[in-house]
Design a protein around this ligand. Structure first.
Ligand code: ZN
Ligand code: ZN
Length: 166
């Protein structure tokens, strides 16, 4: 089944989360406007610094603070490249934490789409007060439907001796 736009972007957020480096939580975020991906992020350490996987988590008040959250990294990536995210939709694997929700709102995000919750977040309160909708959708399929065998015009790479025979 061909995925809807919402499913497609949530799935991209899931794929971004595969790059996460904190074993306590893997999150991904994709910022989208007019069906274009503006920026992506996952929760990971600051550029050049050690990852939780190597250095262990840095726990403060029962939260790991070594990583920047996915939403923050998506906002930071847009900032580095001079891309306005005003009016964009944020597709996030999880309910944003309070701090990330506030940062998304301050950056002009106009809709947030998630499929999983996060304990203790005040995101819903701030979103509601700001008039920004939060859509909880079912988790997209974890399957990637791409099989070279079923596409007749695709050829698998079979190594250095491979030649195209069509
Ligand atoms: Zn960690
Ligand atoms: Zn956060």
């Amino acid at each position: 089944m061909r995925p809807s736009w919402d499913e497609y972007f949530l799935k991209l957020a899931m794929i971004a989360s595969e790059r996460s480096t904190c074993p306590r939580m893997h999150c991904g975020c994709v910022l989208v406007k007019d069906k274009y991906v503006l920026s992506t992020g996952y929760n990971g350490s600051l550029p050049g610094l050690e990852h939780c996987e190597d250095a262990g988590c840095l726990i403060v008040d029962n939260h790991c603070v070594r990583t920047n959250h996915a939403e923050m990294n998506a906002i930071a990536q847009a900032a580095r490249h001079g891309i306005s995210i005003d009016g964009a939709t944020a597709y996030v694997t999880n309910m944003p934490c309070t701090t990330c929700a506030k940062a998304l709102l301050a950056a002009g995000i106009k809709r947030i789409v998630i499929f999983s919750d996060y304990r203790g977040s005040l995101a819903e309160k701030f979103l509601k007060e700001s008039g920004v909708p939060l859509d909880r959708l079912p988790m997209p399929s974890r399957e990637i439907i791409y099989d070279l065998d079923i596409y007749p015009s695709a050829k698998k790479f079979k190594g250095p001796d491979f030649t195209c025979d069509t």
